[in-house]
Ligand binder design. Structure first.
Ligand SMILES: Cc1ncc(COP(=O)(O)O)c(C=O)c1O
Length: 404
């Protein structure tokens, strides 16, 4: 009966590997067993407590009723959109065509609906954040992948070109979702040289059709070296300003302000002022979530308009960036001490280690009380939830789990 009621495209496996791993970790932890839950996707302190940035909460508590209760404009408060865009590109005077969205996820969904037709293909680099596949299906698209550069390796321009040209040949337009810098799951970023190769490729691909680059920024405040993020953003800004490729960005308050549950973000195209694009995006907002929550927009405006708050936020980011770096370095050292390949970390909440059979290794790790997220290509480890002092136990469990 259900099969007659639900269209076939929804018959995908609904089991979310992140949810499944966390549920299993929590179940075991409830028995009092020592658990390492590296399947987490939110920042925890070394006592396992959820991190909420104080500087943000100070402002949240001061919100007046009118900063919370009224509907926000359908497309979002323009002041919020500008402030959020300027968090990334301080010298921009406009956010171009843009709308507020429920987090970066909402921004990705709005990009899928507006830049492609149902039945078309969207491309991203694999390994990728698993919900990309769900977002594609939900919007009637197929997710196609190109290989994310291996650690220490260069972007395989020929492989990317082959996939992108094929897509352009069949549908005349190309949309690339690019989670860079601070990639989930690898924890790496494209090198400056890779970025240049990619931009050259995208420019060349415009000979075959319309090309859009949709940047997905989720973890930029948690980079090992903030200057590398600045450099990447400047490169993307220069590329967007050329106007050959449509460049957009999915922005989010989830990790930046630890406001995951507030569901706030934006999709902006800062180098495009086309009213047609704006109207299309705004229509999607109206037809899906109507408008977004006003309170987190008000919080961001307060924070960005107040030097003391901005400084306090920057100090908290610096602290947690250091904690993440210590955790990443501890896992790298511990894996090497076990005779395994280490992992690189440039930023974000995750690292990966490659094994021939990620699913089997993940299952064996649970026997040691260690929970990670298996992806088709690799294993994702949430250093956002892993104490540096647990790294040796973690690495020893990994080594023991490599074979049956
Ligand atoms: C790569 C990536 N993109 C986007 C998001 C979207 O997060 P949100 O919708 O909470 O902004 C996440 C969250 O985990 C992510 O990891």
């Amino acid at each position: 009966m259900l099969e007659q009621l639900i269209p076939a495209r929804r018959h995908f496996d609904g089991a979310d590997p992140i949810f499944t791993a966390n549920a299993a970790a929590n179940k075991l932890a409830a028995t009092g067993a020592p658990v390492i839950n590296a399947a987490m996707g939110a920042l925890l302190d070394d006592d396992g407590k959820f991190v909420v940035l104080d500087s943000v909460m100070v402002q949240y508590r001061q919100l007046a009723p009118m900063e919370i209760a009224p509907y926000a404009p359908i497309a979002g408060d323009p002041k919020f959109l500008l402030a959020l865009t300027q968090r990334h590109w301080p010298s921009l005077a406009s956010y171009g065509a843009g709308v507020a969205t429920p987090g970066g996820t909402g921004a990705l969904a709005v990009s899928a609906r507006n830049l492609l037709e149902p039945g078309q293909r969207v491309v991203t680099a694999a390994p990728f954040w698993a919900p990309y596949a769900t977002l594609a299906v939900e919007n009637g698209l197929t997710l196609e992948t190109v290989p994310y550069p291996a650690a220490g390796g260069a972007l395989d321009v020929d492989a990317w070109r082959a996939v992108c040209e094929d897509i352009l040949r069949t549908q005349g337009r190309l949309v690339l979702w690019l989670n860079d810098p601070c990639h989930n799951p690898t924890g790496r970023s494209l090198s400056a040289a890779d970025r240049q190769s990619l931009m050259t490729l995208l420019r060349e691909l415009t000979a075959h059709g319309a090309v859009s680059l949709v940047l997905d920024f989720a973890y930029l405040d948690y980079a090992r070296d903030p200057q590398t993020v600045r450099d990447a953003l400047d490169d993307y800004a220069a590329f967007g300003a050329e106007g050959t490729v449509l460049v957009g960005a999915c922005l989010s308050l989830s990790k930046a302000l630890t406001l995951y549950g507030a569901r706030a973000g934006a999709l902006v195209f800062p180098w495009c002022n086309d009213p047609g694009l704006f109207n299309a995006l705004a229509t999607s907002c109206r037809g899906t979530f109507s408008n977004c929550a006003r309170a987190p927009m008000s919080v961001l405006l307060r924070m960005m308009g107040d030097a003391e708050s901005s400084a306090a936020l920057a100090a908290e980011h610096a602290h947690w960036r250091t904690v993440l770096q210590q955790r990443a370095d501890a896992v790298d050292a511990a894996l090497r001490a076990e005779g395994l390949a280490g992992t690189e970390w440039a930023g974000g909440f995750f690292i990966t280690f490659d094994v021939p059979d990620p699913k089997a290794v993940t299952e064996r790790l649970t026997q040691h009380g260690v929970f990670v997220v298996p992806l088709p290509e690799t294993v994702r480890v949430g250093i956002c939830g892993l104490r540096a002092s647990d790294a040796p136990r973690f690495a020893s469990a990994v080594r023991a789990s490599l074979s049956a």
